[in-house]
Write a protein that binds this ligand. Structure first.
Ligand SMILES: Cc1cc2nc3c(=O)[nH]c(=O)nc-3n(C[C@H](O)[C@H](O)[C@H](O)COP(=O)(O)O)c2cc1C
Length: 215
């Protein structure tokens, strides 16, 4: 994958869409990688793939700054400097997962400074069951983004896979049904929808740049 997975967080001249996710078992991460592919197919913009660390229910957990493998942990600067955001979480009781919410709860300073106003955002999710709350999860993810002044973009039905899918895929954002044992592969419909979602958020991030510069 060509996404910048291990570079520093210093500002870059090329705009990027931050693909920020939490994934315990890898399903949401697979969708994230397809969204990255969609973003990187658009000239003039890059993807920055980042994840959030685990949180513990019993105590504050300290993780090494650089994970052993996979995408780097996100910093507030990754979010502050992005031109757009794709936010991914597994469905947990019809809601976003706590580690992602924990990270979002650390973004008050960005909210106070209006750092994300007029930036496009989108969301994606994975769940084990077909009607297990994917859409409500996407809705829970949308709410803090609106508080931040972001402009939410889903997946329009011009992506015709929305009419054909019998598994994941919603107009509110791409989803994947991982199955009872979590071993379903991301299927063609889900993958194509994730790529389309990545392309759309990349185009919107570029198109909305002048709006932010003239604010
Ligand atoms: C605490 C918890 C709550 C969950 N809640 C739901 C749920 O409400 N609906 C559902 O279909 N799957 C639910 N799942 C299953 C996950 O959404 C599913 O395994 C998902 O694919 C995990 O994504 P990941 O591989 O990115 O970690 C839950 C899993 C856990 C651990």
């Amino acid at each position: 994958m060509s996404a910048d997975t291990h570079s520093s967080t210093s500002p870059d001249t090329t705009p990027y869409v931050l693909v920020l996710y939490y994934s315990r078992h890898g399903a949401t991460q697979t969708l994230a990688e397809q969204i990255v592919a969609g973003i990187e197919s658009i000239p003039g913009i890059e993807a920055r793939l980042r994840r959030v660390p685990e949180v513990s229910t019993t105590c504050e957990q300290t993780t090494p700054e650089i994970p052993d493998s996979g995408a780097m942990y996100a910093t507030l600067d990754d979010l502050r400097q992005c031109a757009g955001l794709a936010l991914g979480s597994p469905t947990r009781f019809g809601n976003m997962a706590a580690p992602l919410k924990y990270f979002l709860d650390s973004t008050s300073e960005l909210w106070m400074n209006g750092a994300l106003i007029d930036k496009p955002a989108t969301a994606f999710s994975a769940s084990s069951s077909l009607h297990g709350g994917q859409e409500t999860t996407l809705m829970t993810m949308l709410v803090p983004l609106l508080h931040h002044g972001m402009v939410y973009a889903g997946v329009p039905y011009s992506a015709t896979e929305l009419l054909e899918t019998t598994q994941g895929g919603t107009p509110y954002g791409t989803t994947h049904v991982s199955g009872k044992r979590g071993d379903n592969d991301v299927n063609d419909h889900e993958r194509r929808l994730a790529v389309a979602q990545g392309k759309r958020i990349a185009r919107l991030a570029l198109a909305m740049q002048p709006l932010r510069e003239n604010r």
